[in-house]
Design a protein around this ligand. Sequence first.
Ligand code: AMP
Length: 280
Amino acid sequence: MKPVIIRSLSELRKLTAQWVRRDESIGLVPTMGALHAGHLSLAKAARDACDRVIVTIFVNPKQFNNPEDLENYPRTEHDDAEKLAPLEVDAIYVPDGEQMYPKEFATNVSVAGLTDVLCGAHRPGHFDGVATIVAKLFLQSGANQAFFGEKDFQQLQVVRRMARDLDIPISVVGCPTIREDDGLAMSSRNLNLSDDARKTAATLQQVMQDVAAGLRTGKAMGKLRPTALARLKEAGFGDIDYLDLRAMDDLGELDTPERPARLFAAAYLDDVRLIDNIAI
Ligand code: AMP
């Protein structure tokens, strides 16, 4: 059955009220659209875990710190609906800007600490935008579980913290990163890469795997970083925002993986900002 497309909060609440009356559990998959296999894996995880599934599509202006990035962000609503149709998603919620940020909207949800580092340090206001919109989607949908990709690991931790701190009764589930055959993490932004840059993009994951292998043999991040950065530059990457080893729970910086850790990277290629992370 084709998922119903919902554009207003009142319609969404009407639908979810029926489900709640029948004691059906609700899974939520927040996205910004331009759906790929990574997003679809979240919808499948929701389908497996919950009675009802809502996928949301909203290109959230509040989380873009660069107006050009917002303008260039791919928008493919028709194709997105087609991709979700075979997955037995119940509803696609596509609110407009006015629905999410009505005139005089004045509230900001800000998670301290976790957002000081990595993308938080390089994209001012980004995680406030994420935390604010996700808090709204959690409260609007009344979902029991929400599904997020580990591809955006810092975002996953920020959203978990926000839901806990605000006592929103939802469990936040992290799902593995889905990759292209050459290892590149799937991302809607990959659509903005030229053919040449698309080929180069996989180098990011190769370099990260090599750093991970070095860390596993006991080498320190401080020793491995310079070679890794040089390889990325040589491959054609522009600014590299970070290549860091960080603790999984509080994202504190590490030189060796003495506690559960992940390797995080963000780098520009063709003016497209690519991010990735892997468990060590
Ligand atoms: P976005 O539309 O990019 O805001 O992403 C929506 C959700 O999909 C977020 O929870 C992302 O972490 C997740 N996601 C994006 N890319 C991938 C991927 N390659 N694998 C798994 N999840 C992903």
